[in-house]
Structures are given as structure tokens and as C-alpha cells.
Write a protein that binds this ligand. Structure first.
Ligand code: ADP
Ligand code: MG
Length: 575
């Protein structure tokens, strides 16, 4: 006897519907898409019990005639494409003709619609498994769709629903994604007794309203059109960054997608402005030819396959990097040669296993105690804390003095600068370390510090080649590290910086960029170092010549206040 049988149509329907409508948030996504496709200028979302009892979406779009309303809930019913070839040109969010039929298979559906240009509206009601009924009704322009009592008939699926508050949060994520992708449409959210209205406007403003935890004043935007695509990025100054990728978001043709290739390139563009292991806050919106974007690989269109993705990535990287360099200052050097593959998410593939270098910059207290700088002598005259920089051709500025310890004040071209001495010195040293031509200074008496077998020693021996490029000459003996020469520009701190960088409690590997950033941080003057006015002027002059006035971790090295703003602040100028 045959063991295979054909499933009854209702069961097959339910299973197929489950692929499209997993939970109330999936219904919400489909209903908002339909409203957008109908050309709505305002979309209102209402939920009860986080969507489990009710998901309702109202729009003021084109509406449907009585005939279309009746057809819309049937399987494979769509007005958006006619043949498979139309997929190559469709700019609509929907095209599968499955959403309303799937929602009707798992929830009680009610739709009211008034077709634009007509007075009379129609209401369709359909209970799960039942027939649709249509009645005339008076209604306002557009369409309202309500889906009630999700999975009432589908216990296997219902048991996977979460608490109403969690389902509401998932719905909110969908709502935010749609609202961010369509800032020109007004969105209204009503759930659990509260309501919120997002007026139509620009993308930057919409992101600022939707994500109040982002520092709105640090938000910037970029847009460009290339042969490949139209790109827009809303991002924050890199001094605001995160340990996770929550705000690295990619939208292709107005859909949020997990497109790791583009996400990797977006992160790579920020690489030289961020501390190791940190992620930018950046939303990328790419509009590409629909023929290149295949969304038909997931029933809920949650993924996209992009043809000639590499060309798109390159076009974006070139345009956006150029913009960042103008906005944030030219990069120190091209970082690529210094970075290991692991650190270039855009190049080697976007990996969730990327190990952050978190903590690499924290000062290892044990190293400070163990290492005694007095024990080593530098040849030549005694050096003050900051003297090894030499005098550049000073751009004209007037040094005013110091504030709160680590801040140097100076004025230049009617602008008042407040400079963070540690950050500025760190960047200067970092640039020197990444410079090709470095001079090395032999120590009269080699410096020796303990370096017993262990993780610190392993890290040190792996870094010997890079250290020698910096100007260090190092030998490892059984239990110690012998330093014969140091980079001259690091001055008296050269050995201490090395010993601290490779202390035992440094937990992470320090390849390329990370090593240079850590060495620069250890060797730089600290907040407690009091520079005499000559050394302070020297530091300011150097800082003014920096191509990128940020510390290697992305923080700006100064804040500026121009004369006009100051006049305005004290009421001398009234506009
Ligand atoms: P798809 O969006 O893939 O075409 P749906 O099942 O979501 O499939 O919708 C079926 C059809 O119903 C749509 O093609 C559209 O013509 C119509 N429709 C659905 N929602 C709306 C709406 N809010 N306003 C106007 N027409 C709608
Ligand atoms: Mg649809």
C-alpha cells in the first residue's frame, strides 16, 4: 500500500502560509508593503496584544474596486506582475500575490477599501477556512486591513508565539525598518494605549526620531549616484561607535536585508576612523536596477541576491571613502597593508566571529608597576616628556594656556581650539609609526625586561617583524626581552611603551593597526604630564599639520569654537 498521500488543500495552504506569515510581525510587514505599493502618503498601524489579537494597517492609497477586493485574497492574486519576466523590472515591494491569501489562512481577515475616484467603499470579511463576504460600506479613501486572532486554527504555530510585549517589539522592528526606508511617507503607530506619529520628511530626521539613543547632533548624511546605483548613507561621527553591529544596517531597494558584502564594505570605509573591534553607526540605502536584485529567494523576501555585487561594492566604497576623507580629514595612510585579513570584514567576508580588540588600550596596571623607567637610561641629554617632535614650520596660531590639566587652548584664524594633549600626541606618534622612513636609535646600554614563556611572549615574538619596521631592535632570550635600539621619535618612553604593550595582562593579539595604536597610546604624553609652554606650542604646531585630526581610535583631538558662534552665544550677535 502506498505510504505517500496528497495533503488536503487546506493543510497544504496552511503549511505554505506558515512560510510567509510566521507571526504577527510578518503580517505587518506584508500589509505595510501593500500600503506602500498602493502609493499611500500616510500609513497607520494599530496592534492589540502585540499583534496576536489584531494587526491593522490603514492607508490613504489607491484602494481597490469591489472585483479586486474579492480577488485580492485568492492565492497567486496580484496586480503587480503578469509574467515571470516582469520580475526583472518590478519596482513594487510585493509581487508574489501570496500575502493576503496567507494571512487569511491563519487569521480572521477584514478589509475595507475605497478605490480612488469613487465614493462607495466595500468591506470584505473572511473567517479562516470560510468564504469571503462582501458588503457595501461608507469609508474614507484608501484601504484598511485587519487581521485578528492569529493562528487560532494552527496550535502548532500558536505555541511558538511569544508574550504580547515581545511580539509587539518584533512588530516595532518591522515598523521602524519600513519607516526608515520610506521617510517620505507619514507613519503612525498605535499599540498598548500609546500612539506616535512620524511626519513625512528627510531620512536623517526620521532616523533621529526613531532611534533616540543615537546622538542626533552627530548624525550626518551622504548621497551619491554612480553608474551602478544611487547610494545614501546616514551615519554618526565615528567618535560615536558601538561594540555590536546593531546600527550597521543595509537597505537594498527599500528593503532591509542581511547583505553581508555591503555591510562589510560599509565597515571597511570606517575602519581607519574607529578603534579596533568597534563598529560604526551607519545606515546604507542602495537603489539598484531591479533586474540585478533577486528578492525571490525567500518567501518573505527577507534576503536578496545581487548580480555583480563586487562592482556595486567597489562603486560604493570609492564614493563613500572619498566623502569620509573630505568630511573627517584624509586618512593617515592606506591601512590595508597593515591589517590582517581577519580585520578586513569587507575583504575576507563579513564574519560574525570577528574577534574585537576590546580592551587592548586599557592600561595594564601590573605592567606599570613592574616596569621601572628609571632603570634605563637614554643616551644623550635629558629629555623632557615631550621634546622629540622637532619644530615644523609653524602655522600661525596663538597659544593661550592649559585648562583642567590635559587641554591646551589656542586660537587661530578667529577660531578657538581646545586640544586634548594625549589624543593629539597619540595621533602624531601613530602617524610616525606608520611612516615608511623611521630612524632608529641604538641604546648605549641595552634595556632588558622580563618576558617568560607565555601568551605575552608569544604575542611579542609574532610582532618582532613589525616592531623592527618601527625601529626596534629586539632579541628574545630564554626569560627576557633585550632591547638594543628604539625608534628615535618615541624618545624615553620607547622601552616603557614596549614593555607595557606586551605585558601579561594584554589579552588580545595585536596585529598591524592594533599594535601601532597601542604603542602610540603607551608612548604618548598622559593627562598628568604638564607640558611647558614651549613643548605645548610644539605639540599644537604638530597637531595643526595632521592630515587627520583624530586619535587612532576615532576621537577628535580638538573641539573648535569660532568667533561668530561665540559672539552669538554671549548675545553680541542676535541671529
Ligand atoms: P502582492 O502584494 O504580492 O501583489 P498581496 O496578496 O499582498 O500580493 O496583495 C494582492 C493584491 O491586492 C495586490 O497585488 C494589490 O493589487 C491588492 N492590494 C493589497 N493590499 C492593498 C492596499 N492596501 N491597497 C490597494 N491594493 C491592495
Ligand atoms: Mg503584498
Amino acid at each position: 500500500m502506498a505510504r505517500i498521500h496528497i495533503l488536503p488543500p487546506e493543510t497544504a495552504r496552511l503549511i505554505a502560509a506558515g512560510e510567509v506569515i510566521e507571526r504577527p510581525a510578518s503580517a505587518l510587514r506584508e500589509l505595510i508593503d501593500n500600503a506602500l505599493d498602493a502609493g499611500a502618503s500616510e500609513i497607520r498601524v494599530e496592534l492589540a496584544s502585540g499583534g496576536i489579537d489584531l494587526v491593522q494597517v490603514s492607508d490613504d492609497g489607491a484602494g481597490m474596486s469591489k472585483e479586486d477586493l474579492a480577488l485580492s485574497v485568492l492565492e497567486h492574486a496580484t496586480s503587480k506582475i503578469e509574467t515571470a519576466d516582469d520580475l526583472l523590472t518590478a519596482r513594487t515591494l510585493g509581487f508574489r500575490g501570496e500575502a493576503l491569501a496567507s494571512i487569511a489562512a491563519v487569521a480572521r481577515l477584514e478589509m475595507t477599501s475605497v478605490e480612488s475616484g469613487t465614493e462607495m467603499g466595500w468591506r470584505l470579511r473572511k473567517d479562516i477556512g470560510g468564504n469571503a463576504s462582501l458588503t457595501p460600506t461608507a469609508a474614507r479613501r484608501g484601504t484598511t486591513v485587519s487581521a485578528r486572532a492569529f493562528f487560532e486554527n494552527f496550535p502548532a504555530r500558536r505555541q511558538f508565539l511569544k508574550r504580547p510585549s515581545s511580539e509587539a517589539a518584533l512588530c516595532r522592528t518591522v515598523f521602524n525598518e519600513k519607516a526608515v526606508a520610506h521617510p517620505g511617507t507619514t507613519f503612525v503607530w498605535a499599540s498598548g494605549g500609546s500612539s506616535e506619529r512620524l511626519p513625512a520628511g528627510g531620512r536623517l530626521e526620521r532616523i533621529a526620531i526613531l532611534y533616540p539613543d543615537l546622538p542626533a547632533r552627530a548624525l550626518r548624511s551622504f548621497s551619491a549616484k554612480t553608474d551602478e546605483a544611487a547610494f545614501e548613507v546616514v551615519y554618526t561621527d565615528p567618535s560615536c561607535h558601538r561594540r555590536d553591529r546593531r546600527y550597521v544596517q543595509i537597505f537594498v531597494n527599500r528593503r532591509k536585508v542581511p547583505e553581508w558584502g555591503l555591510a562589510g564594505v560599509l565597515e571597511y570605509a570606517f575602519y581607519e576612523y574607529l578603534p579596533g573591534g568597534m563598529h560604526p553607526i551607519a545606515f546604507l540605502f542602495a537603489e539598484i536596477d531591479p533586474a540585478r536584485a533577486d528578492f525571490n529567494i525567500h518567501p518573505a523576501k527577507r534576503e536578496v541576491r545581487i548580480k555583480r555585487l563586487d562592482e556595486l561594492k567597489n562603486a560604493f566604497l570609492t564614493a563613500f571613502r572619498t566623502h569620509l576623507r573630505v568630511e573627517l580629514g584624509a586618512g593617515p595612510t592606506d591601512m590595508a597593508p597593515f591589517l590582517s585579513e581577519r580585520q578586513l570584514p569587507g575583504i575576507s567576508g563579513y564574519s560574525h566571529g570577528f574577534t574585537p580588540l576590546v580592551g587592548a588600550m586599557s592600561q595594564p596596571a601590573e605592567a606599570r608597576e613592574r616596569f621601572d623607567p628609571q632603570a634605563w637610561e637614554m643616551p644623550g641629554e635629558e629629555r623632557p616628556a615631550f621634546s622629540s617632535l622637532g619644530k615644523p614650520d609653524s602655522p600661525a596660531f596663538r597659544y593661550l594656556g592649559r585648562a583642567f590639566g590635559p587641554f591646551l587652548l589656542f586660537e587661530k584664524d578667529d577660531v578657538l581650539y581646545i586640544l586634548d594633549q594625549h589624543a593629539a600626541h597619540e595621533r602624531i606618534l601613530f602617524d610616525e609609526l606608520s611612516n615608511e622612513t623611521k630612524s632608529s636609535q641604538e641604546l648605549l646600554v641595552p634595556a632588558v625586561f622580563d618576558c617568560p614563556p607565555g601568551s605575552a611572549r608569544t604575542r611579542l615574538s609574532k610582532s618582532l617583524c613589525e616592531l623592527s619596521k618601527m625601529g626596534y631592535a629586539i632579541e628574545l632570550t630564554a626569560e627576557s626581552c633585550v632591547v638594543n635600539a628604539v625608534p628615535s621619535f618615541l624618545g624615553e618612553k620607547a622601552v616603557q611603551a614596549l614593555a607595557e604593550t606586551f605585558s601579561n595582562d594584554g589579552t588580545n593579539e595585536l596585529p598591524g593597526f592594533g599594535l601601532m595604536a597601542t604603542m602610540a597610546c603607551r608612548a604618548a604624553i598622559t593627562d598628568g604630564d604638564e607640558l611647558d609652554p614651549a613643548a605645548a606650542r610644539d605639540l599644537v604646531a604638530r597637531a595643526l599639520e595632521l592630515p587627520l585630526p583624530r586619535c587612532p581610535h576615532g576621537r577628535p583631538i580638538w573641539v573648535k569654537l569660532d568667533r561668530t558662534s561665540l559672539d552669538r552665544m554671549v548675545g553680541r550677535l542676535v541671529q
